[in-house]
Design a protein around this ligand. Structure first.
Ligand SMILES: [Zn+2]
Length: 108
């Protein structure tokens, strides 16, 4: 019996199927999935503080402060600002649809 020296990628799809591609030499994953499983930068806790408008506003201020003081890299700061902007837009669209449904309830 021959021993298989080829290490396969450890990634499993949602359905549980293991990726059949060979793993990179220094990794448990193939070239494609090594990027997917790459450890992400540690985000500041204020990014996850809450989902209300005031929570997001506070996170924006912290992000701008940390960017200005050099505690955040411009790339990571940009990513955080982009994420916070998405949350603000989601809040706005939710409150707009709530207002529309409230108006619909008042004026059927
Ligand atoms: Zn893979």
């Amino acid at each position: 019996m021959t021993e298989c020296l080829l290490k396969l990628c450890a990634h499993r799809a949602v359905e549980g199927m293991q990726c059949k591609a060979p793993a990179l030499r220094q990794s448990d994953y193939c070239r494609h999935h090594a990027r997917v499983h790459r450890p992400t930068a540690i985000l500041p806790a204020y990014v996850f503080a809450g989902e209300t408008a005031s929570d997001i506003r506070l996170a924006l201020l912290h992000t701008i402060d940390d960017l200005a003081s050099g505690q955040l890299s411009p790339k990571l700061g940009g990513q955080i600002l982009f994420e916070l902007d998405k949350r603000i837009r989601a809040l706005k669209s939710n409150s707009a649809s709530d207002s529309a449904s409230a108006l619909g309830a008042q004026h059927p």
